[in-house]
Design a protein around this ligand. Structure first.
Ligand code: PEP
Ligand code: MN
Length: 303
């Protein structure tokens, strides 16, 4: 049995393994990244994820209609977002909830990209749909529930598209990085990690999940993959999103993924996650603050 429990999640995952459980995505041993905290940049069109400038991915939880998506897409572009998010295939806890528009939703996202120039981030739920979703998306999102769907990870690894890999709410850092390794082993190193809150005893009291801010510097220590934070699914309420976004950037996240509804939309009328979605005016302030914090951090590090 290999040594474990020496404080490194890398070692904790290595019990009984002949090889290291995640060696491609590990910082240790990777030329240019060992001994520093730099990230390997993931390029999506002209957007660079993993550099000093934090990137913001914003948009509705779900693509509900052409009108709703185009309105929010234009608003998030004006607020300073770098990419547009929106689910066409939705992983819903109940089978009776809105499951997304499917291919029609992907076509709406393509129209929103055309209208705004923003690259599209959208979830793929099923290995059989990777080809279809990849033909529309610029970044394939793997949702928290699918973090250990290994055939899906293999398939997105083969797609040649950048992957946004959400952390399951009960996954350890080592399990999350092993999931990233499934993508990397297929030759795809363009993986962006996304922390979205973990399940703790406070669930539902003042949050939907607990935003694990601590995992940001820990992940940066363990891997060169860039990491972004989704404060929306952790907060569960729009009022907490600005503060938790600032915390994430302060902890060293390379960006944010934020759910947004129309400026005048009724949160309770949204088909998915309306109450945790912020308005474009609030997003503009989140973006401004994130860029300011990152610039101040870069200056402080340089002096
Ligand atoms: C989402 O971002 O649309 C989503 C479903 O989030 P998660 O997978 O983190 O629950
Ligand atoms: Mn959502």
């Amino acid at each position: 049995m290999t040594k474990a429990l020496n404080g490194s999640p890398h070692a904790a995952c290595a019990v009984g393994a002949r090889r290291r459980p995640y060696e491609i995505v590990a910082r240790a041993g990777r030329r240019g990244f060992e001994g520093n905290l730099a990230a390997r940049e993931v390029r999506v069109g002209s957007v660079v994820v993993g550099g000093e400038r934090p990137i913001v991915i914003a948009g509705p939880c779900a693509v509900e209609s052409r009108r709703q998506t185009l309105e929010v897409a234009r608003a998030v572009a004006a607020a300073g977002a770098d990419m547009l998010r929106g689910g066409a295939y939705k992983p819903r806890t109940s089978p009776y909830d809105f499951q997304g528009l499917g291919r029609a939703g992907l076509e709406i996202l393509a129209a929103a990209r055309e209208a705004t120039g923003l690259p599209i981030v959208t979830e793929v739920l099923d290995p059989r749909l990777v080809e279809e979703v990849a033909s529309f998306a610029d970044v394939l999102q793997i949702g928290a529930r699918n973090m250990q769907n290994f055939p899906l990870l293999t398939e997105v690894g083969r797609s040649g598209k950048p992957v946004l890999l959400k952390r399951h709410w009960s996954a350890t850092l080592a399990e999350w990085l092993c999931a990233a390794e499934y993508v990397a082993v297929e030759g795809n190193l363009d993986v962006i990690l996304c922390e979205r809150g973990i399940r703790t005893f406070t669930q539902g009291e003042y949050s939907r999940s607990t935003l694990d801010v601590n995992v940001v510097p820990a992940a940066r220590r363990e891997t060169f993959l860039p990491i972004v934070v989704d404060p929306s699914h952790a907060a569960g309420a729009s009022e907490f999103v600005p503060a938790t976004s600032a915390a994430a950037i302060g902890a060293g996240a390379h960006g944010l993924l934020i759910e947004v509804i129309g400026e005048d939309a009724d949160p309770d009328a949204a088909l998915c996650d309306g109450p945790q979605s912020i308005r474009p005016s609030a997003l503009a302030e989140v973006v401004r603050r994130a860029r300011l914090t990152a610039a101040q951090t870069a200056t402080a590090n340089a002096t």
